[in-house]
Design a protein around this ligand. Structure first.
Ligand code: PRX
Length: 582
């Protein structure tokens, strides 16, 4: 396959001439069949992500190679070879089998960043069950909405997190068992009749497991993502998503046999699975997995200690590192680092310039989303980076900017960012919501929900969301979800939520609230409402700002006008207000 990669990206390449011909040549010769030939597959044309990522290495020359370096929040470390991971994930598949889990059942993960999440998730895939990762900052309502939507049968969680599940357990009749990972005996609480001790079950399980046959189109993983209306929707992926993840891990992240790679994303989100697990392990590259919280010093220590060569992170983290300053970087030996990439939010040019000063390397931005399963638009290591641009569509990807009637616009115009289906890692449906899934396809294009523009070199520039979804520190938050949580508070009569620009987090969640009779706005009430949403919904999704209004602007049909509130907040023109209630 013609898809040229330089093992050593050149610092400051973003100031050099564009390297367009290589990408165009690669595009002209590209075929997914060629990519498929680089994977190992299974008899009968079957494909299983766990086989591609673990078993084929464990039964080949990478058997003794370290696959995972884990550092716990207390500094405790563990390493796992591919052979060990095969053994453990086989055992876990047997644990699930004994519990009656069958192909297609949904198995969810609500864990801290501990190695057992890898074992359990790949064990789930081996059984042909569908893995559902959850972010550990979720509160009871967020957990209930997701598990109930797809009738999850099993949840793997920890002693610290299970309390949040218990609160909503009675709303989840399909949930048969909780598997509790009591790592290092952090908390000893007696188990209930439906709870199972992970380590005891693993000890008792056989380490002999024959993979359940899975076709490339069988479901593998479900990631919930937020939309403008309604509760989060489960984007369902297939085993064949590994083709796109493999290809992009190789050519965009530039991963090679001798690399050590760190993806800072949490496995509760798609970046943490597609590129925190699948892409890199499909190539047999060791991962660093760090449980600790963010701190500039703590992160540089990880980069130094594990001699990380390729680092994949996000703009909010980069902005926080910038804030900590450049001097602190110099205290660490980061000479192993050779390639840096970023995703999830617009990467501002200042962050790229700072990265180059601090590390002597350029952050390579790329664009994709939960639904796409893998990167679609990117700055390859071989490409000139134009600071502020997401890069160019990858070989195998057709991207365009469309007008409101879904026809492609000429270069330079702003419009709807769309992709031509079908690439292998494209989501297959939204669980239970085929209508919403169908509504994302128009005129032969998949509509991403983003607005963008292109330039004459074919680079894509992110403009904003086409909908009301808020991107706060790289996490998508649906306004409806927050509004629903807000109006459950006894003092709140009406609520509307918008994204307010923020220097560090990109956007913060801002709520406009009108109160029920008998309640008066106060600082205390504001705190109470914030805490309420934080605890019930998610620690990352609560409104950091609340404005109390006597009533909220509504259309004549009674719909709250978020857009008007946003325009007023940002001092923008209010647009058409003819439907506004008198
Ligand atoms: O709006 C875009 C923004 O994040 C959305 C996807 O979020 P999610 O499904 O959570 O997946 C995140 C990990 C890929 C996109 O629709 N986004 C993602 N990457 C970029 C971005 N916005 C600007 N620049 C990017 N590089």
């Amino acid at each position: 396959m013609e898809f040229k990669v330089y093992a050593k990206p050149e610092p400051a390449s973003f100031r050099k001439h564009p390297n367009l011909p290589d990408l165009e040549k690669a595009r002209a010769h590209f075929s997914w069949d060629d990519v498929g030939r680089e994977l190992s597959w299974l008899p009968g044309g079957n494909l299983n992500m766990a086989h591609e990522c673990i078993d084929r290495h464990a039964t080949g020359t990478r058997r003794g190679k370290i696959a995972l370096y884990w550092e716990g929040r207390d500094g405790h470390t563990e390493t796992y070879t591919f052979a060990e991971l095969k053994n453990l994930s086989d055992r876990f598949a047997n644990v699930l089998k004994v519990l009656g889990v069958r192909k297609g059942d949904r198995v969810f993960f609500f864990l801290e960043r501990i190695p057992e999440i890898f074992v359990a998730l790949f064990g789930t895939l081996k059984l042909g069950a569908v893995a559902g990762p959850l972010f550990s900052a979720f509160g009871p309502d967020a957990i209930r909405d997701r598990l109930a939507d797809c009738n999850a049968k099993i949840l793997i969680t920890s002693p610290e997190l299970r309390g949040r599940v218990e609160e909503v357990k009675s709303d989840l009749p399909a949930l048969e068992h909780l598997i509790i990972v009591d790592k290092g005996g952090r908390e000893a609480t007696p188990l209930k009749h439906y709870e199972i001790d992970y380590f005891r079950a693993m000890e008792a399980a056989s380490d002999h497991f024959v993979l359940e046959p899975t076709s490339p189109d069988d479901f593998s993983i479900i990631h919930y993502t937020s939309g403008t209306t309604g509760k989060p929707k489960g984007a369902v992926h297939r085993h064949k998503a590994i083709l796109g993840q493999y290809l992009t891990a190789r050519h965009v992240l530039d991963l090679h046999e001798d690399d050590v790679y760190w993806c800072t994303a949490d496995p509760g989100w798609v970046t943490g699975t597609s590129y925190g697990m699948f892409g890199p392990w499909s190539i047999g590259v060791p991962l660093v997995f760090f449980e600790g919280p963010f701190s500039a010093e703590g992160w540089y220590k990880i980069l130094e200690k594990y001699k990380v060569t390729v680092w994949y992170t996000a703009p909010t983290a980069i902005r926080m590192l910038m804030k900590a300053g450049e001097e602190i970087v110099k205290k660490f030996d980061l000479s192993a680092l050779r390639h840096m990439a970023s995703v999830g939010e617009p990467l501002n040019p200042e962050a790229i310039y700072w990265g180059e000063k601090a590390f002597g390397l350029v952050f390579h931005d790329n664009w994709w989303q939960t639904e796409t399963g893998c990167m679609q638009i990117a700055n390859l290591p071989t490409m000139t980076v134009k600071a502020g641009s997401m890069g160019r569509p990858l070989p195998g990807v057709t991207a365009a900017v469309l007008d409101d009637r879904f026809n492609p616009l000429p270069n330079g115009s702003e419009g709807l960012l769309a992709l031509k289906p079908e690439w292998p890692s494209q989501f297959r449906t939204y669980w239970n919501r085929p209508d919403v899934y169908d509504s994302r396809f128009k005129n032969g294009w998949y509509l991403t929900g983003d607005r963008a523009r292109t330039d004459t070199d074919g680079y894509f520039w992110f403009v904003g969301r086409a909908d009301d979804v808020i991107n706060t520190a790289g996490h998508l938050v649906g306004p409806f979800e927050v509004e629903s949580a807000l109006i459950e508070h006894p003092a709140v009569a009406e609520a509307a939520v918008i994204g307010k620009p923020d220097e560090e987090r990109g956007e913060i969640v801002k709520a406009f609230v009108s109160l029920r009779a008998g309640f008066t706005a106060s600082e205390e009430l504001e705190k109470d409402i914030k805490n309420y949403v934080r605890k019930r919904l998610a620690a990352h999704a609560y409104p950091r700002e609340i404005a109390f209004l006597p009533s909220l602007p509504k259309t004549r049909s009674g719909k709250i006008m978020r857009r008007l509130l946003k325009a007023r907040e940002l001092g923008l023109p209010e647009g058409d207000t003819s439907t506004l209630e008198d």
